[in-house]
Each structure stands twice: as structure tokens, then as C-alpha cells.
Design a binder for this molecule. Structure first.
Ligand SMILES: Nc1ncnc2c1ncn2[C@@H]1O[C@H](COP(=O)(O)OP(=O)(O)OP(=O)(O)O)[C@@H](O)[C@H]1O
Length: 606
């Protein structure tokens, strides 16, 4: 049989572990959420305890009265029975109310932590999504937030309640025999230590396996997700992915079961010894009291209190064990809070001057990589102009857009807007000036109206400005055919959702960008799914559609590119040529070669 491992006990870093539990922060959080509720919950716990003690005292009185002969005892007995009944009923009522309040308190803490996590994540930089470590931290924090804060707080109250009870019964036990209290401690302390050590091992296993759990989750999403269902079936990938998924899950489960087995054996050993010792002491005390030193009431109290004390101690140990285990998981939420945005949020210039956008000698490398993917980029987007970037796959076009959206900061060089370095503006302030249709824009499964108004969430959407944006994007034609028109929910996720084609989704995304009053519009392959007629219609009147605003267009289609006032040609991280369509063709360089090589001379590069 496995026994308690003292080497593991010695190796355990108690100090560090206690620091990592963030107990102080959890208590402060509980207190800050509702001081009134915390005071009520604690007061109810004390009352519950007093009522319980009262019922024990009355039990002793009852037995003593019953054991004493005499005529007047009947009335005393009746009074004692009534009083015992009243106290017992009060105890039951207070206990229910007290657990109700503990539950409210715990639910409030859970809700608050969940809110804090979401508020924190949404203000983190986009670059955090580059970091696999962040995904692990995020997964752990989100899982912990489901029930762990609730559990920590309710266990905190259970511990408090049991501690008060232990103090009370301790007094009674010491009055019977002072040795009882340390003996009681000796039975349960090994159980507690064993639980803490195994909780810690389970926690370490959880940390170790988070990435693997994420991989299993990803494979599961491939097997069940709507977006991938088509391709998984047409390539008949189901079996392959399923086998991979099952293999990982089996590995994870076998590690968990191995630990559970060891823990169960340990628990059997420690609780077995504790229980045997408990009965030994009971026998010793009962036989010891036969010499007549104690009253019958005292023996009755011992017989009631000692087993109850053992149960209270066990419940205390269970609560401390769960508190410890769940605090470890709650500490993962605090770990997430340690991630802070790197792009400054507070700084902001007094006013943001609308004007020319200039990139000057910009080089860039993604976080956690060791090579630049943009080298010495300089370009200008004058007010009201249409500028295009064209280049081979992987040349760095989308990366430029990410910099222009202030999702990252340049590694070298600067970006100026209206004469000021955009580092001087807060991301929120600057981004109001930029509206982007990304290659992988989001399809919000919400109403058409919401989809469009997300272009500027601070602007009050009116029928007129929503309609104008839709007309400019060429989306109004199909929207007005829906029975609910602009109140139609798009996508298939919800009941009554209306699925639309990829090109129609793209028109909605373009409408979203056009809806905003930003001074720069960015289109990254934003028309790739539009049919030729729709694209020509959009770009033939593009200047009228965008009004006073400047536009930066990335496209592989010559029909789109040639509309631009100025074109930058990119190849392998650099701008290699620039000029108007005619100038670039005359130069007979990279652009001209791309133009010549595109077989129908409509598609430049794909
Ligand atoms: N998040 C990232 N982390 C590290 N490297 C990245 C990241 N995103 C892109 N890259 C790399 O940066 C380079 C430029 O990518 P980018 O998406 O800017 O090219 P692109 O010109 O827009 O290509 P395409 O025409 O195919 O859309 C590529 O080599 C790519 O591997």
C-alpha cells in the first residue's frame, strides 16, 4: 500500500505556493464587491454557530434533568424540551439562510471575475495573439473563471464556519480531556497534507497539459465546427482528425487517472488510520468515564460532540483542501491580469489633425520572431487620394496595414498622420481615423443594421446613413429583397438567420467601412469575392463613394489597381517601384512584368 511520502512533503515550497494563491487579493475582491453582503454572511455564520452550541448545551441539560430523580423535574424537562426545540429550529433556519447568503456572495464574485477577465482581454494588444503562451494563460483563466472563484469564496466561508465550530467544540473537548484536541488534530492533519500535495500535483499536471488540451480542443473544433465542415468532408479528413483527437484525449485521461489512483490509495491510507484512531480514543474516553467522574450529561455530550468534532474537522480539512486547490486555479486568473497592453493607451495629443499619412523608413518584425518582414518602407497617402499597393504573396502588404491600424508599432522608423507620429495618439483616438476591410473580415451573425453600424459604434445609426453606406457598397440591392430588410439577422448560427454569399458578405464589410466618418479607408483584398460587374461598378465611381476620404487599396486585380492615383509595388519586404499606372508601365520594370505576365491582364498576381 502506498504511504505518505515525506520527501515530497519536504520538497514542497510552501512559502512560494502560499504567495501564489493570492488569498489576500481574493478576500479583498470579495469584500470590495459587497461589504454589506460580506458582513451579513459572516454574522450569519457566527449566529449559526451560536445556535449549534446552544443546541449542544441544551442536550446536556436535557440528559442531566432526565437522569435526576424528583417530581419537579417533569416541568423542567418540558421547558428544556421546548427550548431545545426552539434552538434547533433556529439553528436549521439560520443554517439555510446562511448558506443562501454564502451562495449569493460566491455567485457575485464569479460574475465580477468573469467581467474583469473579459474587460481585461479586450483591451490587450492584438500582438498578444501572436504568443502561444498567452493562449495557454487565456484558456486556463477562462476555465478557472467558470466556477473556481465561486468555490474559493464559498470554501472560505465554510472554513470560517468550521473554525468557529472547532474553537467551540475545542472548549468542550478540553473540558472533558485536554488530550482530545491535539489527538483530533493528529487524525486529520495527515489527510490535509496529503490533499494539498495531491491538489498541487493535479495542478502541475493541468499546467503541463494545457497546450495539449488546446490541441485536442482545436481538433474537436475541426470535427464539429461549422466553418470547416465542408472541407473536412470533401477531403474526407474526418477519420484522420478523429484518430489524432482520440489519441491525445486518451493520453490526457490516462495521466489524470494515474494521479487519481495514487491519490485514492493515499487517501484510503490516511483516512483509514484517522478513523481507527478516532474509535480508539472514543473507547478510551467512554471506558475512562466509567469510574464516575463525569455526569451522564457529560458522557452524552462527549458521545455527541466528539464524533461531530471529527466530522467538523474532516469538513474543515475538505474545505481547506478545496480552498487550496481552487485558489491555485484562481491564481491563473491573476496571471492573466499581469499581461498589460504594450501600446500605450493613456497618451493622447490634444487634437488629431486630419491630413497626410506618411510611413518613413519603417522596418518591422513580428513579436517572437528574429527577422524583419518589412524593410525601410516609405510611402505617402495624401488627403483625398487613392493609393494602391501591389505585390507578390508574402511581400508584406497586410503587415503594412496592421501597422497603419496601430495593431503593432514599427520596429524602426515612424508613421505620421497629419504631421504627428502616431505613437503620440492613443490607439482608440487614432483608430477613429482609420476604417479597414480586412482580407479575413468578421461575419457578425447579427442584423444587417448592426453589421453596418459597427463601422462606428459611437455614431447614432440613422436609416439614412446606414442606407447610404449600403448603397455605396452595392449591398442595398440584395438587402432590400429580404422580408425584414435591414433587420434581417445574417448567418446560420441563429434561428431565422439569413445566409448570404461570400461576395455579399464582402459588400456588407465594405458598407461597414464606408459607414464610418474616418479620414482613411483601407481595403485589403476587399473586393476579391465580388463579381467583375460589382467590382467595376464599385471602383468606377469609387471616388464619389468615398467622398473626401483617402483610400489605400491592396489588390491583385489590375482593374482595381489602375484606378489609383499612385501605386507602390512591393517585393520581398521592400517597395521596389512607385508611380502611376502609366508611369510604371513605361518604366518597364517589375510592375510592367507583372502586368505582362497576368494572362488576361485583369489579374495581376494571385
Ligand atoms: N503574425 C505573424 N507572425 C510572424 N510572421 C508573420 C505574421 N503574419 C505574417 N507573417 C509573415 O510576414 C510576411 C508578410 O506577410 P503579409 O501577410 O504581410 O504578406 P502579404 O503581402 O499581405 O501576402 P498576401 O498577398 O499573401 O496576402 C510573410 O512572410 C508571413 O509569413
Amino acid at each position: 500500500m502506498a504511504s505518505f511520502n515525506f520527501n515530497k512533503f519536504k520538497e514542497f515550497n510552501w512559502r512560494k505556493t502560499l504567495q501564489e494563491l493570492h488569498i489576500g487579493e481574493t478576500i479583498l475582491l470579495t469584500w470590495s464587491i459587497s461589504k454589506k453582503l460580506t458582513i451579513i454572511t459572516i454574522s450569519l455564520l457566527v449566529l449559526e454557530n451560536l445556535a449549534w452550541l446552544g443546541s449542544i448545551y441544551m442536550l446536556k441539560e436535557l440528559v442531566d434533568i432526565a437522569a435526576t430523580p424528583g417530581n419537579e423535574q417533569a416541568e423542567r424537562l418540558l421547558n428544556a424540551v421546548i427550548l431545545t426545540g426552539l434552538i434547533s429550529i433556529s439553528y436549521a433556519c439560520i443554517k439555510s439562510i446562511s448558506s443562501y447568503y454564502s451562495e449569493i456572495q460566491a455567485a457575485k464574485v464569479n460574475h465580477c471575475v468573469d467581467q474583469k477577465i473579459h474587460a481585461h482581454i479586450v483591451q490587450l494588444d492584438y500582438s498578444f495573439y501572436e504568443n502561444p503562451e498567452y493562449f495557454d494563460v487565456l484558456k486556463r483563466a477562462r476555465e478557472a473563471a467558470i466556477d473556481k472563484p465561486f468555490s474559493v469564496v464559498s470554501n472560505m466561508f465554510t472554513i470560517l464556519k468550521n473554525l468557529i465550530m472547532v474553537a467551540s467544540v475545542g472548549y468542550i473537548l478540553v473540558s472533558i480531556d485536554w488530550l482530545l484536541l491535539p489527538l483530533l488534530g493528529m487524525f486529520v492533519v495527515p489527510i490535509l497534507i496529503s490533499r494539498i500535495i495531491f491538489s498541487d500535483r493535479a495542478f502541475q499536471l493541468y499546467l503541463k497539459n494545457t497546450s495539449l488540451e488546446r490541441e485536442a480542443g482545436y481538433l474537436s473544433s475541426l470535427l464539429t465546427g461549422e466553418n470547416v465542415a465542408k472541407e473536412i468532408r470533401t477531403f474526407t479528413l474526418g477519420d484522420f482528425i478523429f484518430t489524432k483527437y482520440v489519441k491525445i484525449r486518451e493520453h490526457l485521461i490516462s495521466e489524470q487517472l494515474h494521479l487519481s489512483r495514487k491519490r485514492s490509495i493515499n487517501e484510503l491510507f490516511t483516512t483509514g488510520i484517522g478513523t481507527a484512531a478516532f474509535f480508539g480514543v472514543t473507547a478510551y474516553i467512554v471506558f475512562g468515564t466509567l469510574n464516575g467522574d463525569s455526569s451522564v450529561g457529560d458522557i452524552a455530550v462527549f458521545l455527541v460532540v466528539f464524533p461531530q468534532s471529527f466530522m467538523i474537522m474532516q469538513s474543515l480539512v475538505a474545505a481547506i483542501g478545496s480552498f487550496y486547490r481552487d485558489s491555485r486555479y484562481v491564481s491563473l486568473i491573476f496571471e492573466l491580469f499581469q499581461f498589460e497592453p504594450k501600446i500605450e493607451n493613456n497618451i493622447s495629443k490634444a487634437s488629431l489633425n486630419n491630413g497626410e499619412l506618411i510611413m518613413k523608413n519603417v522596418s518591422f518584425r513580428y513579436p517572437n520572431t528574429n527577422h524583419n518582414i518589412l524593410e525601410n518602407i516609405s510611402l505617402r497617402i495624401p488627403k483625398g487620394s487613392i493609393v494602391a499597393i501591389v505585390g507578390t504573396n508574402g511581400a508584406g502588404k497586410t503587415s503594412i496595414i496592421k501597422l497603419l491600424c496601430k495593431l503593432y508599432e514599427p520596429t524602426d522608423g515612424s508613421i505620421y498622420f497629419g504631421g504627428n507620429d502616431i505613437r503620440e495618439y492613443s490607439p482608440a483616438q487614432y483608430r477613429k481615423q482609420v476604417s479597414t476591410v480586412f482580407q479575413d473580415f468578421v461575419k457578425y451573425n447579427l442584423t444587417v443594421r448592426e453589421n453596418i453600424s459597427f463601422g462606428d459604434i459611437h455614431k447614432t445609426p440613422t436609416e439614412e446613413n446606414i442606407l447610404q453606406a449600403a448603397i455605396n457598397a452595392g449591398a442595398d440591392d440584395f438587402i432590400k429583397k429580404f422580408p425584414k430588410k435591414y433587420d434581417t439577422v445574417l448567418g446560420r448560427i441563429f434561428n431565422e438567420g439569413q445566409e448570404i454569399s461570400q461576395g455579399q458578405w464582402q459588400k456588407i464589410a465594405i458598407a461597414r467601412a464606408l459607414y464610418s466618418d474616418s479620414s482613411l479607408l483601407i481595403f485589403d483584398e476587399a473586393t476579391s469575392a465580388l463579381d467583375a460587374i460589382a467590382e467595376t461598378a464599385l471602383f468606377n465611381t469609387f471616388r464619389e463613394r468615398i467622398g473626401e476620404r483617402a483610400a489605400l487599396v491592396i489588390s491583385h486585380r489590375i482593374s482595381t489597381i489602375r484606378q489609383a492615383d499612385y501605386i507602390y509595388v512591393m517585393s520581398d519586404k521592400r517597395i521596389v517601384e512607385s508611380g502611376t499606372h502609366t508611369e510604371l508601365l513605361q518604366r518597364n520594370g517589375t510592375y510592367a512584368a507583372l502586368y505582362e505576365n497576368s494572362h488576361d491582364q485583369e489579374v495581376l498576381l494571385t
